[in-house]
Design a protein around this ligand. Structure first.
Ligand code: AMP
Ligand code: GLY
Length: 424
């Protein structure tokens, strides 16, 4: 099998790591990849959103499978373009990817399929949005309708905060066109869980779950980020709740998309709130999570490659995946300043001592090589994953490895998994 992974972050490094172990693999490429993927795959200098160049490469190399990591190429039609070229792609069509690309589309699917989710309304006019927020009161959640790389959501504790978000998104256009319309919704309370399913258009199989840490600061303070750390499995998501979420959220969404003529193939990521009334959907993503993937794939016992091929071939109906009875915990090392402005180019010390910690894996999220030296080249720079027989062991391995990395310009949260470990 000749396989291309699309993307260049920690999730894609983890995907390359899992695929590189497959006995079915002949050759692996990653576009554009990073210095971490370069050790496992051949990096191809094509941007993840350059659909034409990716399809041309896939044709020229007669690829058997393309595995997109991020949502942007999917929303832009990578899967459709590869389909026309006769190349399998484990990701949804542009039409099905609107589940992530448009928050209002996702909400309409929820309404049509009876999926539990926060009550919401969409606004194209700032004045109407403001009036609604004043009428409804706080707490309330303001979301830019378009894709905003995790920066388009404000959980507003006060009406003033909600009004400031409306002003920023709709009038100052801090997110460009993505903020032209907003969705304003009810605030949900509970444990937040990332649940993953692998889908073939008609069938969905659970692909593990993780708990992310979205806020930049310890104790879940400060602005939202792409995710500062994650662990798997999350104890809060019992097998019963997993089944409830599959039955009430994932499968109805899949059935509704199929009914509308846009079947969903690939990874479906359901962001859940475990409320007092059961799992409620916060959002759908049409891909794996980052950093969730870095703590999911080390727990996967089965070969990933046949599962991805089965998803492409509509053969997940009687497919089963095996998981290791282990826990994994991933800590993100980010550049000082992230998720605001940060400087690139700072030197990162030797990673070998961290990689040598038993049970630890170091994934590159935003690194580059400069004159042979590893430097930071992104907001989230490294993801260090620890694995072990249980969560405390995984936590220990992860933080021992983090402690072995010398990077004075970076920071990380010291409390990843603390609540699940009973630390309040
Ligand atoms: P999203 O991009 O929709 O996942 O939102 C980013 C984050 O905002 C989520 O991970 C939640 O932590 C929070 N959030 C979004 N919607 C809600 C909601 N309705 N109630 C409470 N928190 C929310
Ligand atoms: N970590 C959340 C995401 O990938 O969207």
């Amino acid at each position: 099998m000749r396989v291309l992974v699309v993307g260049g972050g920690g999730r894609e490094h983890a995907l390359c790591w899992a695929l590189a172990g497959s006995p079915l693999l002949t050759q692996l490429w990653c576009a554009p990849g990073n210095p971490g993927t370069a050790a496992l795959a051949e990096n191809v200098p094509i941007a993840a959103t350059d659909i034409a160049a990716l399809v041309a490469f896939a044709r020229a190399q007669a690829l058997d499978l393309v595995v997109p990591g991020p949502e942007a190429p999917l929303v832009a039609g990578l899967s459709d373009a590869l389909g026309l070229a006769g190349i399998a792609c484990c990701g949804p069509s542009a039409a099905a990817a609107r589940l992530e690309g448009s928050k209002s589309f996702a909400k309409e699917i929820c309404a049509a399929a009876g999926i539990p989710t926060a009550r919401w309304e969409r606004f194209d006019e700032a004045a109407a949005a403001r009036a609604f927020v004043r009428r409804r009161g706080a707490p309330v959640v303001v979301k830019a309708d378009g894709l905003a790389a995790g920066k388009g959501v404000v959980v507003a504790a006060s009406v003033a905060e909600a009004e400031a978000a409306i002003e920023a998104f709709m009038q100052a256009r801090t997110l460009g066109a993505a903020g032209a319309s907003v969705v304003i919704e009810e605030c949900l309370f509970g444990e937040e869980i990332s649940l993953f399913a692998l889908c073939d258009g008609a069938h969905a199989i659970p692909f593990g779950a993780a708990q992310d840490h979205k806020r930049v600061g310890e104790g879940d303070t400060g602005p939202n980020t792409g995710g500062m750390g994650a662990f798997s499995p999350p104890p809060a998501l019992t097998p019963d709740l997993t089944e409830a979420a599959m039955a009430r959220i994932v499968r109805p969404a899949l059935a509704e998309l199929a009914r509308q003529g846009t079947p969903f193939r690939g990874f479906l990521f359901a962001g859940l709130m475990l409320t007092a009334d059961g799992p409620s959907l916060i959002e759908f993503n049409v891909r794996l999570g980052d950093p969730e993937t870095q703590c999911l794939l080390p727990r996967l016992h089965s070969d990933l490659l046949p599962a991805l091929l089965a998803a492409c071939d509509g053969e997940l109906g009687d497919f089963a995946l095996r998981w290791r009875p282990e826990a994994a915990l991933a800590v993100v090392l980010a550049a000082r300043g992230y998720p605001g402005a940060y400087a690139g180019g700072s030197r990162i010390g030797d990673l070998a001592p961290a990689e040598a910690v038993p049970g630890a894996l170091v994934f590159h999220s935003g690194t580059a090589l400069q004159d042979g030296a590893l430097v930071a080249a992104g907001g989230r720079v490294l993801t260090v994953c620890g694995t072990g027989p249980d969560l405390p062991a995984a936590h220990g391995a992860a933080y021992r490895a983090v402690g072995a990395i010398a990077w004075p310009d970076g920071f990380y949260r010291r409390d990843i998994g603390r609540r699940a470990l009973g630390g309040g």
